[in-house]
Design a protein. Sequence first.
Length: 396
Amino acid sequence: MPIYDWKATDNKGKTQTGEHEAENEAAVRMHLQRMRLTPVKIKKQPKDLFPPKVTNDDIIIFARQFSTMIDAGLPLVQCLEILYSQSENSTFKRILKKTKESVEGGSTLADALREFPDTFDELFVNMIEAGESGGILDTILNRLSGYLEKSAKLKAKIKGAMMYPIIVLCISAIVIGIILVFVIPVFEEMFAGFGKALPVPTQLVVTISDYTINNIHIIIIGLIGLIYGYRQFYKTDFGNRLMDNVFLKLPVFGLLIRKVSVAKFTRTLSTMLGSGVSILDALDIVAKTAGNKTIESAVYKVRSSIEEGSSMVEPLSESGVFPSMVVQMIGVGESTGALDSMLEKIANFYDDEVDQAVDNMTTMIEPLMIGFLGITIGGLVVAMYLPVFQMAGSIE
């Protein structure tokens, strides 16, 4: 439904402004009359063709401010009203407005947030539900904001580590393409007047250049098709499981992915258990938010084991995903009844491990990238100058 900006006066002549979502202008007027306001101006907001996305930062700020206001004793509806009025993201603003209206209508906060699964995931909603039922909503919101901040920090580290090799590979591909399409043909015309057979490396580069120029449209279509085909294959259950398993076994990146998965698993489970969510519900949500089918399958096996009255240790050990140290520490946490605190210790340890792994990977990738660029671009340059060196030797 469209949103209308309105301006109206109350019984004392004081001007008030606001916005209201309604089917038409008449509905807005009726809404203002129910509020005992006299409409002065009603204007339909222009439709946002590219509405902004709700970012992780928006959710973190929302949880942090919400926690502070609840802790200060403000009523729930008033907190939502303040958060709605302060939000600068138009999409998030509408979500908060609808959430406030649902709560005013008698809905719980968790049920109101559950209407927006793209913004508030199951983990967020279930923790809010646990906070409401336990009367510790401010504590839960504070815990949630801390969890989201640490998750965002972890994600940023991984993106930062991956960006360097991706940028280098893209730049090298562009440079090689320019050399093959524009530079090599110039040398080829010059070599045609030499009257001698070209050296093998030079002839190979010339052949590759000719093929690239004559079939560049096929190469571009093939690359696009390859990327599209991979994405479609990854969307299938079989492809998703296969590729996630392959990613975990990669030489350098596999170890990093494994450590990130362990850190995410332990951090999420610790946060939910510490917030009062039952272990079965917590494991179900952890599995759905794992981001890796191999990890997801292992977590579901742990859940089934607990349902049957067994411990977490055996299925975690059998999965082959979680290191033995993690399995043993979880076993100790189970036996001592301090599983949430033990999981938090593991998460903190693996956060440091991820930091170290990212630093090691960056240190390892830099010389590899330099070597790759030297071999490819340097090889092309040497191959092009080989005939010149041969001609210089003949003149001598």
